[in-house]
Design a protein around this ligand. Structure first.
Ligand code: TRP
Length: 445
């Protein structure tokens, strides 16, 4: 195992916060959150979501960063070092989870790359002719092309990870995260100044407490966990590169704030435009690749906005994918492998694992009634992530020494953590119970 003093680290707290926020901010924020909010009571949902992020999201993320920094190793070896052999499977499951997530995330990343290039050329012509559905259908059912773009996306991800924590991940996130904000602001300004934009804002934010049921709370919990990248070891490995002098609690608060702010803003970017042009609100690939291009085709200067839009999606996906790749790469680096070699091996393995997902949309490759890519998503989002996150909380709450945990969280008493006792109750009981509920209700094949 590598000597702790020789291990890489983030150069600054800002670098860590932006990298972890980059991991959290992804397609979940951009294409899932707005739709869930719009459908589940608008501002009423937003309120519930914020309560959940503040109470449970911050709690669970603090637990993950803390385990990472205490162990100063990848998830698997970190768990083993702190809790003995029987905890190692939790960390291994986390690494496996990121491996699987990246295998299909890179497929979708590839679609974004393809659309980014296409927005410079003929995307809006097709959109103007009402052909976005056909074009998208033809593209995803052509495995060669999908795999080609998946490969490009993996290559870019690998190049960033190859340069290491400070020189690759931190440096790129310090550029890409501000870019993401600027791109979003431009698109929001465009959307809200379109005639008829108000109807979209109303759909998105009009508080409707009659829509709030127990299902709403569950939707908020599930979305919150996915959006914060919890339970996959990604936040943990970033935590393991955080210097001992930095403040974990305030970093976690900032990461959660950025993630929630981007999710909220995504709705202000999408719905005003969707409603201004009389399109149907939707989520996921249909929204991004089919509906949105038609909106740009109807806008003056649409090409510019289309390019910015796909660039925004690309940056959001890339800052998540580098954290996913680092989980497996970091494992080999901790075992003494050269970083370049480790990156190459893990990236190629993940790329190959993603090929069935890439092919599954041309039909055929199914597991039960689901496309392969859906099945992989189900396994990670509904099973592996909630369970791993629950074990992280239980580990901090019950298996680790309370005094050591307090010393780690407060940097040996140098910073205050007034809510420590309450946080302890949250990690011991409340967060694991909440996660278990998401887990059981999410188990629908
Ligand atoms: N949070 C990411 C998003 O909103 C997706 C995600 C889930 C993720 N788990 C992760 C990203 C683990 C990186 C690591 O799209």
């Amino acid at each position: 195992m590598i000597d702790e003093n020789k291990r890489e680290s983030f150069g600054s707290r800002v670098g860590f916060v932006l990298a972890a926020a980059g991991s959290a901010v992804g397609l979940g924020n951009l294409w899932k959150f707005p739709y869930i909010a719009g459908k589940n009571g608008g501002a009423a949902f937003l309120f519930i979501y914020i309560v959940i992020i503040v109470c449970i999201g911050v709690t669970a993320m603090t637990a993950e960063v803390l385990i990472g920094r205490m162990g100063r190793l990848n998830a698997a070896d970190g768990f083993e070092k702190l809790g003995g052999k029987r905890w190692k499977p939790v960390g291994l499951a986390g690494i496996l989870c990121t491996f699987i997530i990246l295998s299909y995330y890179s497929v979708i990343g590839g679609w974004i790359v393809k659309y980014f290039f296409m927005s410079f050329t003929d995307l809006l012509e097709y959109a103007g002719a009402g052909k976005t559905g056909e074009i998208f259908g033809a593209f995803v059912s052509n495995p060669t092309e999908v795999i080609f773009y998946q490969g490009i996306f993996m290559l870019v991800t690998a190049i960033v990870v190859l340069f290491g924590i400070k020189g690759g991940i931190e440096r790129s996130c310090k550029i890409m995260m501000p870019m993401l904000f600027v791109a979003m602001l431009i698109l929001i300004l465009r959307a809200v100044t379109l005639p008829g934009a108000m109807a979209g804002i109303e759909f998105y934010l009009k508080p409707d407490f009659s829509k709030v049921t127990s299902e709403t709370w569950l939707a908020a919990l599930g979305q919150g966990f996915f959006s914060l990248s919890l339970g996959a070891g990604a936040i943990m490995i970033y935590g393991s590169y955080l210097p001992r002098t930095e403040n974990i609690i305030s970093s976690v608060k900032q990461i959660c704030f950025i993630d929630t702010a981007v999710a909220f803003l995504a709705g202000l970017m999408i719905f005003p435009a969707v409603f201004a042009f009389g399109a149907e609100p939707a989520a996921g690939p249909g929204l991004t690749f089919i509906t949105v291009p038609t909106l740009f085709a109807k806008m003056s200067g649409g090409v510019v906005f289309a390019v910015i839009f796909f660039l925004l999606f690309f940056v959001a996906a890339l800052t998540s994918s580098i954290s996913l790749l680092e989980c497996s790469t970091g494992y080999f680096v901790d075992h003494g492998m050269d970083r370049k070699m480790a990156t190459l091996i893990t990236a190629v393995l993940i790329f190959i694992t993603g090929i069935p997902s890439a092919c599954s949309l041309s039909g055929g490759l199914k597991i039960g009634s689901r496309d392969f890519i859906d099945a992989a998503g189900y396994l990670t989002d509904s099973i592996m992530m909630p369970l791993c996150s629950m074990f992280c909380c239980l580990f901090v709450g019950w298996a680790l020494n309370r005094e050591l945990v307090k010393r780690e969280a407060t940097n040996d008493g140098k910073i205050s953590f007034g809510l420590f006792d309450i946080w302890m109750i949250m990690v011991k009981v409340i967060a694991p119970a909440a996660i278990l509920v998401i887990f059981f209700t999410g188990l629908k094949w």
